[in-house]
Design a protein around this ligand. Structure first.
Ligand SMILES: Nc1ncnc2c1ncn2[C@@H]1O[C@H](COP(=O)(O)OP(=O)(O)O)[C@@H](O)[C@H]1O
Ligand SMILES: [Mg+2]
Length: 233
């Protein structure tokens, strides 16, 4: 099976300063991959490279087997890529429904989009006429995920989904993400050292100083993290 996303020796820089020093990563359709690493490791930069916001200085970005280096973000979106950036990306002054309706440019009707969104997050239906900015952080993040789902992505990138949220809410969000993966969507989720994510990931990598320093099953990465914490690595 052709991987949905394949990164080969990806390097990226801001001005002259290189921050990604050769990242390799592969995600198959229906697979959830977690990329964990400390603040400043290069996780968001990696997201920017994949979404076409930042052109890699070296290496290959392949989506569905096609080399997409230098492609515009809009071309990558057309190839099925959808990003939920750090800090959500819902329109706080619009209602839940209006936030969802904005996705109709993807060719789905308003009612179809709402139906899809509420099937993942029933709670949003009760809140459909509420202004998004007045909801809790968790509910806003649900709305962000629901908006992404309505674009019928083939690859979904989630940057720090769990930031500032209670464990129970994080669990609810990740359950929905897992459900989405079951429909064949490939998912990359980057987080600081949030172990909760590992339970939902098929495999995981640790990114540190712009490099993949460990890669393997969630169980293996959990072990790596524990050892790192205990200083026995
Ligand atoms: N727009 C930018 N301009 C210059 N340097 C940046 C920019 N964004 C991030 N960096 C630097 O790149 C490195 C990686 O940052 P980032 O990808 O945001 O890490 P993470 O998401 O893992 O916290 C950091 O050293 C950061 O200071
Ligand atoms: Mg970041």
């Amino acid at each position: 099976m052709t991987p949905l996303l394949q990164l080969r020796d990806i390097h990226a820089a801001y001005d002259e300063i290189e921050v990604l020093h050769g990242i390799d990563l592969t995600i198959a359709p229906g697979e959830v991959v977690a990329a964990l690493g400390p603040n400043g490791a290069g996780k968001t930069t990696l997201m920017r490279v994949i979404s076409g916001e930042l052109e890699p200085t070296r290496g290959d970005l392949l989506v569905g087997g096609r080399r997409m280096n230098g492609a515009a973000a809009s071309d990558l979106a057309r190839a099925g890529l959808c990003t939920i950036p750090e800090g959500r990306g819902v329109f706080p002054n619009l209602t839940v429904r209006e936030n969802l309706w904005m996705m109709t440019h993807r060719g789905m009707s308003r009612s179809a989009i709402e139906e899809a969104a509420y099937s993942y997050f029933p709670r949003l239906e009760d809140r459909r006429t509420q202004t998004a900015g007045t909801m809790s952080g968790g509910e806003q993040q649900m709305l962000a995920v629901a908006r992404a789902v309505s674009t019928r992505p083939s690859l979904l990138l989630l940057d720090e989904l769990s930031m500032g949220l209670a464990p129970l809410v994080v669990n609810e969000l990740l359950t929905a993400v897992g459900k989405l993966a079951d429909t064949g969507v490939a998912i990359l989720i980057v987080e600081q050292f949030a172990e909760a994510v590992l339970k939902f990931a098929d495999h995981a990598v640790i990114i540190s100083h712009g490099r993949v320093t460990a890669s393997g099953t969630s169980a293996l990465i959990r072990e790596e993290l524990r050892n790192a914490y205990l200083g026995t690595a």
